[in-house]
Write a protein that binds this ligand. Structure first.
Ligand SMILES: *[C@@H]1O[C@H](CO)[C@@H](O)[C@H](O)[C@H]1NC(C)=O
Ligand SMILES: *[C@@H]1O[C@H](CO)[C@@H](O)[C@H](O)[C@H]1NC(C)=O
Ligand SMILES: *[C@@H]1O[C@H](CO)[C@@H](O)[C@H](O)[C@H]1NC(C)=O
Ligand SMILES: *[C@@H]1O[C@H](CO)[C@@H](O)[C@H](O)[C@H]1NC(C)=O
Ligand SMILES: *[C@@H]1O[C@H](CO)[C@@H](O)[C@H](O)[C@H]1NC(C)=O
Ligand SMILES: *[C@@H]1O[C@H](CO)[C@@H](O)[C@H](O)[C@H]1NC(C)=O
Ligand SMILES: *[C@@H]1O[C@H](CO)[C@@H](O)[C@H](O)[C@H]1NC(C)=O
Ligand SMILES: *[C@@H]1O[C@H](CO)[C@@H](O)[C@H](O)[C@H]1NC(C)=O
Ligand SMILES: *[C@@H]1O[C@H](CO)[C@@H](O)[C@H](O)[C@H]1NC(C)=O
Ligand SMILES: *[C@@H]1O[C@H](CO)[C@@H](O)[C@H](O)[C@H]1NC(C)=O
Ligand SMILES: *[C@@H]1O[C@H](CO)[C@@H](O)[C@H](O)[C@H]1NC(C)=O
Ligand SMILES: *[C@@H]1O[C@H](CO)[C@@H](O)[C@H](O)[C@H]1NC(C)=O
Length: 767
């Protein structure tokens, strides 16, 4: 099994979706999920070997011959190897007795039927993109289940225990079966668990995995891919109680926002590890040194609590708790917690500090203060304030730098006048900058110079459209797409407001805005980079790339639907995209689709009465009501219908290379449905699409529902998602006229005709 770049390999057991004809080696089709691996801490390279030796040892060596992993079973009369249907790899002897099995060496996952025994652990990845064993683990204790952050001593963040005494000489275990995670510890009744966590029963294949963020998630295969069906260790009151939610020293607030501890304006002991990702946590500006204990101080954080208080020390008063921490160099913080109606509290002195959380006494019914140890820098060498994330924009404001450089150049000539001019310029720049609050989780502000460097002076263009050009760029190790907007009419204030809105929207099927630049007249947006580019490249056969198979197309459609559903119905401010088309759907390396380009997105008022002042969108994807003045998010649903048709037919809605009568796909659809010949439309360049014709027709029915001329008859996007997930059927009473024959001319818009438009002039193009 290899990583995305396929330059690091694991010897692994993985679950893969197969059915007749599916190519399991295709990461998109099979969606392989690793449930066990031998060498996660040490992936091997191409040409590594796996050798089942004559004396019964299974040995993995890297390409250079070095030993990476072995079952250590030589000389134990192993005669064969087997993998069971549930995914257990086992070595057995002549009597079919198991000598070694992968189930005894779990990694981060459990499959149904698997048992985790006392002392065994599931250890999470270090991060979602790195297989290496991280610090979080779930283990079976003599009296139940516990999850810990590894440090010395380990810090417990979850426990699920039984109160009955443990049976002597018998070790506890936990078994994952269809519908439950059962704990066996006391063995008072044979075969009956002491306690069970109820899980959603399986309608297809399931597996359970301890995630790098410490959640234990239950996954299930649904028609289009893997879906999370349960978060098994749900922690009250919220996600803030997971040890790595905001990284080391990060403080998590109730809505999952991360920030660093801050003292006051004049001193700052912490900085964000990565300005762009507040959830990676904070580091001490001056590291703690045991050589200078006298320079240790405690930074008081009122109403801040910690996820763990396991192994708390027996100190009942806050002051002695603090003193105990100052005296012990390995103590990184003192957390003192007391129940509102009890007289004494608990003191916890962690030797490693994971994420902290804001405490709301009214919710938790306890009070808690944290005192974080910091190193004081003696005054003599402390020659300035340390730049904090919030002051970053000011420090880097290039306008100010430019002003002073030019100021120096011309000083000789016009000292007074220029000084006044640049001072004023600088001030207004600062003023405007202050209007953008650098909130955690919000996009980062970049200077134009930084983005110029990141894109190597805008040398590699990825695409171009009506709003500007998109360039390939690199910020550190991260690849990004930098969009340079042309002719933005907005002032800086409006632009910042819009950036803030867009930046607050995070969803797996929406392309993430990482940062922006608003400097002088420059307006740039920095987006996450999507390896496989835009969808049009993959469905219109322009570059004669391989045809996407049915499953992939269906998955892409589902992702678009989920992304739009989020924009329309789930995020705080309802948002209509207004320019849904394949050029605005981007694909990552696994062909997961994300909706991009909110450049056209316009916030829609809750009362739905928003009146557009200007016609927006792209011919071919415009809903008929663009001709009237009531525009709602339903226009996206129409465009989505067009895109679905394009995906399953493998052609553009407006294709001028087609014979006259077939130029407009939606007109053709209207014709074919009336003749009951929809099959004619299915992409005939893909065998796989032809093999799934019946299912494709079902999707066309869904598209036709979305294409209803009367926008009230179109389904909502969440309904579309339900249909795609098989939880609902397509409305049967549909109007099969998709093309308005008597276009009502708009009173306020320009001269676009309803359909089929005569010209392909784009109002906005691909990015
Ligand atoms: C792996 O082995 C093959 C055949 O010996 C060779 O052609 C290829 O270059 C090797 N790959 C690497 C990365 O060494
Ligand atoms: C095999 O033995 C080595 C050396 O003792 C040890 O590091 C390794 O973890 C063992 N492998 C397994 C699968 O137990
Ligand atoms: C090998 O696997 C099959 C199917 O899972 C199982 O029926 C059989 O008992 C296994 N053989 C041994 C020796 O474990
Ligand atoms: C071991 O399992 C195999 C396959 O399941 C079977 O054919 C064989 O008879 C078994 N041997 C013994 C000694 O049970
Ligand atoms: C662990 O890392 C691998 C490799 O990047 C990834 O495929 C997998 O999804 C990760 N698992 C978790 C639980 O994050
Ligand atoms: C994974 O994390 C480990 C430990 O931080 C690091 O040494 C390794 O280079 C990382 N691997 C990748 C592929 O990023
Ligand atoms: C537990 O094991 C010890 C030694 O292995 C034995 O002496 C003792 O009787 C056992 N107790 C029970 C309750 O089985
Ligand atoms: C799980 O159990 C439910 C009912 O308890 C059953 O309907 C379902 O088929 C089972 N799933 C599997 C994969 O066995
Ligand atoms: C800022 O915090 C430091 C350390 O906590 C303290 O010594 C200093 O007096 C504080 N300054 C102000 C103005 O509160
Ligand atoms: C403490 O106070 C909470 C609510 O304020 C109450 O629910 C709880 O019963 C009290 N506990 C004791 C021991 O009085
Ligand atoms: C210092 O603190 C660490 C962990 O916080 C603890 O394990 C150790 O026993 C403490 N040492 C002393 C002398 O109290
Ligand atoms: C100020 O501090 C920086 C590093 O923090 C150091 O490089 C510089 O020399 C210091 N300047 C003075 C005047 O002490």
């Amino acid at each position: 099994f290899c990583n995305a770049a396929c330059d690091a390999f694991l010897f692994a057991v993985f679950i893969v979706y197969t059915n007749s004809g599916a190519d399991i080696t295709n990461p998109v089709v099979g969606s392989p999920q690793v449930v066990w691996s031998a060498n996660r801490d040490r992936p091997v390279r191409e040409n590594a070997t796996l050798h089942f030796t004559e004396d019964g040892d299974l040995v993995l060596r890297d390409a250079d011959g070095s030993l990476v992993w072995s079952t250590n079973t030589s000389g134990r009369s192993v005669v064969g190897m087997n993998i069971t249907a549930s995914g257990n790899l086992l070595l057995f002897d002549r009597k079919n007795a198991s000598i070694w099995q992968s189930f005894d060496h779990p990694t981060d996952s459990l499959v149904p039927g698997q048992t985790l025994r006392e002392g065994q652990r599931l250890t999470a990845n270090i991060s979602a993109t790195n297989w290496t064993r991280g610090q979080l683990y779930l283990t079976v204790l003599p009296n139940g289940l516990g999850a810990f952050a590894d440090s010395t001593p380990p810090q417990q963040y979850y426990s699920y225990t039984v109160s009955k005494p443990k049976a002597e000489n018998k070790s506890a275990y936990v078994t994952f079966t269809n519908g439950s995670l059962a704990i066996f510890a006391s063995f008072t009744k044979p075969g009956v668990p002491d306690k069970s966590i109820t899980l959603p029963s399986a309608s297809s294949v399931q597996y359970m995995r301890l995630e790098s963020d410490g959640h234990l998630k239950l996954y299930e295969w649904v028609t289009t891919g893997w879906s999370i069906v349960d978060d098994v260790l749900s922690l009250y009151p919220d996600n803030c109680a997971y040890p790595t939610v905001c990284g080391p020293y990060g403080i998590c607030s109730d809505n999952g926002q991360c920030s660093c501890p801050s003292a006051n304006v004049s001193s700052n002991y912490f900085r964000q590890i990565d300005d762009r990702q507040p959830s990676l946590g904070c580091s001490l500006v001056t590291p703690l040194s045991c050589q200078s204990l006298q320079d240790h101080q405690l930074l008081a954080l009122k109403d801040v609590a910690y996820f763990s208080s396991s192994d708390s020390v027996n100190l009942k008063n806050e002051e002695s708790c603090k003193q105990a921490c100052l005296k012990n160099c390995s103590c990184k913080a003192a957390v003192f917690r007391y129940d509102q109606n009890l007289s004494d509290g608990t003191c916890f002195l962690p030797s490693q500090l994971f994420s902290l959380m804001n405490n709301q006494p009214t919710v938790t019914h306890y009070n808690s203060n944290a005192y974080v140890k910091v190193q004081i820098v003696p005054r003599a060498t402390n020659n300035g304030t340390v730049s904090s994330p919030s002051s970053r924009g000011k420090v880097m404001g290039a306008g100010a730098i430019l002003g002073s450089t030019l100021g120096a150049l011309f000083a000789v000539f016009l000292v007074a006048g220029l000084t006044v001019f640049f001072m004023r310029k600088k001030n207004s720049h600062m003023e405007e900058e202050d209007q953008f609050d650098q909130l955690p989780g919000m996009p980062t502000r970049f200077s134009f110079e930084e983005l110029k460097v990141a894109t190597e002076n805008f040398c590699k263009k990825l695409g171009e459209g009506g709003f500007g050009s998109v360039f390939d760029g690199k910020l550190g190790d991260m690849r990004v797409a930098v969009k340079r907007l042309d002719g933005v009419g907005q002032g800086k204030k409006e632009f910042l407001a819009e950036v803030q809105t867009i930046g607050s929207i995070h969803h797996i099927y929406l392309v993430r805005l990482i940062g922006f630049c608003a400097e002088r007249s420059y307006r740039l947006l920095v987006y996450e980079h999507m390896c496989n580019g835009s969808l049009d490249k993959w469905i219109f056969y322009r570059n004669q790339v391989v045809a996407l198979d049915w499953q992939t197309r269906r998955r892409i459609i589902t992702h678009i639907a989920k992304g739009l559903s989020y924009l329309h119905e789930e995020c705080r401010q309802r948002i209509a995209h207004l320019d849904i088309k394949p050029q605005n759907i981007l694909l990552d390396d696994n062909f997961n689709a994300k909706v991009s380009d909110f450049g056209l997105a316009k916030l829609i008022d809750r009362d739905q009465s928003y009146v557009m002042t200007r016609m927006r969108g792209t011919p071919g994807y415009l809903a008929p009501e663009w001709l009237t003045s009531r525009i709602t998010e339903k226009v996206d649903i129409y465009s989505f219908g067009v895109v679905v048709m394009e995906i399953v037919c493998g052609r553009k809605n407006l294709d001028y290379s087609q014979p006259e009568e077939s130029i407009h796909l939606i007109s053709l659809l209207e014709e074919k449905i009336k003749e009951d010949r929809l099959l004619d439309l299915v992409d005939n360049r893909s065998n796989d699409m032809q093999l799934h014709r019946e299912e494709v027709i079902e999707l066309m029915q869904l598209a036709m529902w979305c294409l209803q001329i009367d926008s009230n008859k179109r389904p909502s996007m969440s309904t579309v998602v339900k249909v795609l997930e098989g939880a609902m059927n397509v409305e049967t009473c549909l109007d099969y006229n998709f093309v308005t024959t008597t276009p009502v001319m708009p009173s306020n818009a320009n001269h676009l005709e309803a359909s089929p438009p005569q010209s392909a002039a784009l109002l906005s193009g691909p990015r």
